[in-house]
Design a protein around this ligand. Structure first.
Ligand SMILES: C[S@@+](CC[C@H](N)C(=O)[O-])C[C@H]1O[C@@H](n2cnc3c(N)ncnc32)[C@H](O)[C@@H]1O
Length: 268
């Protein structure tokens, strides 16, 4: 595991995660629409604290939420909908997870770029229904008027150097022959109001800006710089954000390799 991936094991990162804006409701309408088989069982890989798994569970038969961070899973269990009877959490790397398909949908929200793709796909493909789709979902604020001023601060403190904004994880997976891409969509934008303090906490939920990777002095300096930058844009300390999600889906492909050691399938 890289140092950045390891940040998801930290208590402070898991605690800061609640300040990420929720995915727009349209994401869940679209995910439901992509289920073309019974049983309506979903596998959520790199589930974190369940930003996808928890709102999706009431709409489907079952969700298996897999994440290798105990702290993220603990946070997810405590959040609204985290204790639904049809939502099952498992702390494990997806590559070796104990899967209980067949799944009609696999969701990966802001997570697949962390995973070893060949091993991950070798693990999940044998557990899919005939029409099952893998959906990669990303979301975030767009058209932030303060971004030009904020970026130099983020770059100064980020632990992720050489960030390439043109990199597309979906293109990379497809180019490796692991995904037969069949569709993409962008949701309508939704307004989300967030205090400057919560916005700063949200920044600390990202692996590259985790508090655990900063000294206490650096974290204070970072928070002050961001606060000063955002204050003129806030009304009564609150920012208006415009949130958009991007979905890309298709059929995951298992490349020829060592035999999959998946557990025997439960009957559908
Ligand atoms: C940025 S978070 C996204 C969480 C959630 N899906 C969401 O949309 O908010 C990425 C998550 O992927 C998990 N993760 C990374 N690599 C993993 C792997 N190989 N197996 C399982 N989980 C992994 C991390 O622990 C982290 O919780």
């Amino acid at each position: 595991m890289t140092e950045l991936a390891a940040t998801f094991q930290y208590e402070a990162v898991a605690a800061a995660y609640q300040y990420r804006p929720p995915y727009p409701d349209e994401v869940f309408d679209r995910l439901e629409g992509l289920i073309g088989d019974e049983p309506r069982r979903v596998l959520d890989i790199g589930a974190g604290e369940g930003a996808i798994a928890r709102p999706l569970a009431p709409r489907v038969e079952w969700v298996d939420a897999i994440d290798f961070s105990q702290r993220m899973v603990d946070a997810g269990r405590r959040r609204p909908g985290g204790d639904r009877p049809n939502l099952s959490w498992q702390v494990s790397p997806i590559e070796t997870a104990d899967l209980d398909g067949p799944y009609a949908l696999v969701t990966a929200g802001a997570s697949i770029h962390w995973m070893p793709w060949a091993e991950t796909f070798a693990r999940i493909v044998p557990h899919l229904t005939p029409k099952a789709q893998l959906v990669v979902i990303e979301h975030g604020a767009v058209d932030e008027p303060w971004l030009g001023e904020l970026l130099p601060i983020l770059e100064r403190h980020s632990r992720k150097k050489n960030h390439d904004p043109s990199f597309s994880v979906v293109d990379a997976i497809r180019d490796r022959g692991l995904l037969e891409l069949t569709g993409t969509a962008r949701t309508a934008r939704v307004t989300y109001r967030q205090s400057v303090a919560d916005y700063i906490e949200k920044l600390h939920s990202t692996s590259s800006l985790a508090r655990d990777l900063m000294t206490a002095d650096e974290a204070v300096a970072f928070d002050q710089s961001v606060e000063q930058t955002l204050r003129p844009y806030a009304h009564d300390g609150v920012l208006d954000l415009s949130i958009e999600a991007q979905l890309s889906w298709g059929r995951p492909i298992q490349q020829p390799g060592p035999a999959d050691t998946a557990a025997p399938e439960r009957s559908a």
